[in-house]
Write a protein that binds this ligand. Structure first.
Ligand code: HEM
Length: 131
C-alpha cells in the first residue's frame, strides 16, 4: 500500500516526566501531534479523504478535531477565524462560481514537504461571474 505522509502538526516540549498509557515521556522531549493524519484516520472518520467539511460539525469539543489545537492552548482566534472565513466565502461565492477542471483530481494528494501543507498537483478551477 502506498504510504501517506501528512505533515500538519502541533508540537509540545515535555516539561516534566510523564507516563500515558504505558508510554514514558522524558523531560525535554519534543512531541509532535500529527493533526492531518488524525483528521484522515478512517478509524475516526468515514471516507476520510473525501471533501465533507460537515464531518467536523460540532467536532470542536472532541480531541479528534485538532485544526485549532485542543485544551488550554486552543486557538484563541478560532471563532473569529471561522466567522471571517464564512463571510469571505459567502461574498466570493455570491460574485463568482468555481468549476473544477478535468486535470484537477477530485481527491487531492499532498506534497510531502515538511514546511507547508500543499497539494502535489495544481488545483485548476474555472472562475465564472454570477450574473
Ligand atoms: C483558520 C485560521 C486559524 C487556524 C487554523 C489557527 C490554528 C491555531 C492552532 C492549531 C493553534 C494551537 C497551536 C498549538 O497548540 O501549539 C493556534 C493558537 C493560537 N491562535 Fe490560531 N488559528 C487561526 C486563526 C487565528 C486568529 C484569527 C487569531 C487571532 C485573531 C489566532 C490567534 C491564536 C493565538 C493567540 C494562539 C495561541 C493560543 C495560546 O497559546 O494560548 N488564530 N491557532
Amino acid at each position: 500500500m502506498k504510504s501517506k505522509k501528512y505533515w500538519e502538526m502541533i508540537n509540545r516540549t515535555v516539561s516534566e516526566p510523564t507516563q500515558i498509557k504505558g508510554l514514558t515521556f522524558l523531560k525535554g522531549q519534543n512531541i509532535f501531534i500529527p493533526v492531518m493524519a488524525i483528521h484522515r484516520n478512517p478509524q475516526l472518520y468515514d471516507d476520510p479523504d473525501s471533501f465533507k467539511p460537515e464531518r467536523y460539525e460540532d467536532q470542536d469539543k472532541t480531541i479528534a478535531f485538532q485544526a485549532f489545537g485542543f485544551g488550554p492552548r486552543i486557538c484563541i482566534g478560532m471563532r473569529l477565524a471561522l466567522v471571517e472565513l464564512k463571510v469571505a466565502l459567502i461574498n466570493v461565492l455570491k460574485a463568482v462560481r468555481f468549476d473544477r477542471m478535468p486535470d484537477t483530481p477530485e481527491v487531492l494528494t499532498f506534497d510531502p514537504n515538511p514546511n507547508i501543507l500543499q497539494t502535489d498537483k495544481d488545483i485548476i478551477l474555472k472562475v465564472s461571474p454570477r450574473c
